[in-house]
Design a protein around this ligand. Structure first.
Ligand code: AHR
Length: 346
């Protein structure tokens, strides 16, 4: 499959014309494809030997997502030998499926996709497989019975991230001699059906099961956005008399939740009424860790572009890439955060 794939690159000139035609058609449909038509014309005439990649991104719901998009766009650049077709699915799986079909008809060399949810991918992935186009999953996973439907997955161990938040809370409980005291926990969940949502909840619950005094009293959906995080946290504060801990599944929801909590006159963080645990570890959130408003932030690393480039390089050399690649991640608290804030790129 990989050899056949390399041969296809020689048809770049024709493919690019097909892409241009498709983009002209899409231009009127508001599908969100972005690339510079003039540049691509120039490339076509020069017959550059570029690797054509179609990238379907979930959306732009969070700081993390913007950093993830930038990482992939900056790495899969013309300077690095790539011609990238980017599609923002704006939180709709149907848009992702449409984009993938478009990439298949454009005969791209690779399809990179960050799947919004885990289910519902069999048909379109089969189409990509039949077309002989390697599919690289980034960030989130898909639930399929046939794992040959995608070539490889690169991302975070979301379940492990959830466990890390649990381990941190267990240590905190011990240090503050709270062992045995009832602890009421609200989990602010991200997008329904997404790997980050499922994994982080599963991992945290696994640790929670070992603590009879931890009570997960509610799990509202905040869709990974600040606005929804604020809205549902406001509802939680009206609904529950005592909330001790908020496990907020990303930084953006955490910003909204903190706003809601503070506007009710409560405090958060190290010296506050409500303990805040967050995920992602973007710069703005790390500043709140330093300030003591977020107790712990479990990193989710969005800088996945270089990993994608390495995988493509492996395939280009005719080798089989590993099926799963986990990105490296850490945990931030006020103890270690100062060391990392200035280096943060996003
Ligand atoms: O799938 C990764 C998650 O999606 C990030 O935690 C979140 O910020 C994003 O929207």
């Amino acid at each position: 499959m990989y050899k056949q794939h390399r041969r296809k690159r020689k048809k770049l000139k024709t493919s690019l014309w097909a892409i241009l035609l498709a983009v002209m058609l899409l231009g009127t449909s508001g599908c969100g494809f972005t690339f510079d038509m003039e540049d691509s014309l120039a490339e076509t005439s020069e017959e550059e030997d570029l690797i054509v990649v179609g990238f379907s991104q979930v959306g732009s719901e969070s700081v993390w997502r913007t950093a993830n998009t930038a990482s992939i766009q900056n790495t899969l650049s013309k300077e690095n030998g790539f011609f990238l077709l980017f599609n923002n699915a704006r939180q709709k799986q149907e848009n992702q499926i449409k984009a993938i079909r478009q990439f298949i008809s454009q005969r791209v060399d690779y399809i990179v996709v960050s799947p919004m949810t885990e289910d519902g991918w069999e048909t379109v992935l089969n189409e990509a497989k039949d077309a002989g186009i390697p599919v690289i999953l980034v960030d989130r996973k898909v639930r399929v019975s046939d794992h040959s439907l995608y070539t490889t997955w690169i991302g975070s161990d979301m379940e492990e991230e959830g466990k890390k938040a649990g381990y941190w809370l267990a240590d905190y409980e011990k240090e503050h001699k709270l062992t045995g005291e009832d602890i009421n926990i609200v989990i602010l969940k991200g997008t329904e059906g997404a790997t980050a949502t499922i994994g982080r909840e599963l991992g945290f619950r696994e640790v929670a099961l070992q603590h009879e005094n931890w009570h997960i009293i509610d799990t509202p959906r905040g869709d990974f956005t600040t606005a929804k995080g604020e809205e549902v946290m406001g509802e939680m504060l009206c609904k529950h008399e005592q909330i001790d801990v908020v496990i907020s599944q990303n930084d953006d929801m955490t910003f909204g939740a903190i706003k809601a909590i503070e506007s009710k006159g409560y405090s958060v963080g190290e010296n506050g009424k409500i303990i805040m645990a967050s995920f992602d570890g973007g710069r703005e959130a790390l500043e709140l860790v330093q300030e003591g408003k977020i107790n712990v932030d479990v990193e989710c690393n969005p800088l996945q572009g270089p990993y994608v480039e390495r995988i493509i390089d492996v395939i280009e050399r005719g080798l089989a890439p590993s099926k799963n690649t986990k990105v490296e991640e850490m945990v931030f608290t006020s103890q270690n955060v100062a060391e990392y804030i200035d280096k943060r790129e996003y």
